[in-house]
Design a protein around this ligand. Structure first.
Ligand SMILES: [Zn+2]
Length: 137
């Protein structure tokens, strides 16, 4: 979706399970093992109960576009030839309906709309980083 010059997310210890699962073609969402609340983006503390105990729940990867914006101004040199493109926030059907910021692939930005059903796809951008993105269904 983006050229190789596009900066990629930095894999840190907190997010390593997320990126490791994505490399294996799975979308996982952090879950508090004390109260059961899901959270995304990953965080050390549960925002619901303050616990640090957590594991990772596998999502089916289906959801709907909760909101989106269309980027028309290239904010980085790597996207000069890519604009316009859509940045979406997907509300998953499972995992506590958490919101996942991402992109929709193979869909012109003017066709993206709130409520559009989507499913996860995995965009391998480097050997270390595979980014969960979405396609319409
Ligand atoms: Zn909790």
């Amino acid at each position: 979706m983006f050229p190789p010059e596009m900066p990629v997310p930095v894999v840190e210890s907190l997010t390593e399970p997320y990126w490791s699962a994505a490399r294996e073609g799975r979308l996982v969402i952090q879950r508090c093992t004390d109260c059961g609340a899901h959270r995304h983006l990953p965080h050390v503390l549960c925002p619901a109960c303050g616990s640090t105990a957590c594991d990772w729940d596998v999502s089916e990867g289906r959801g709907t576009v909760f909101t989106y914006t269309v980027v028309t101004h290239p904010v980085h040199g790597a996207v000069v030839d890519v604009v316009p493109y859509a940045v979406v926030v997907v509300e998953l059907d499972d995992c506590g309906n958490v919101l996942v910021p991402s992109n929709v692939v193979d869909c012109p930005p003017d066709e993206v709309h709130v409520g559009m059903p989507v499913e996860v796809v995995f965009d391998r951008v480097t050997d270390e980083v595979t980014i969960p993105r979405f396609r319409r269904v």
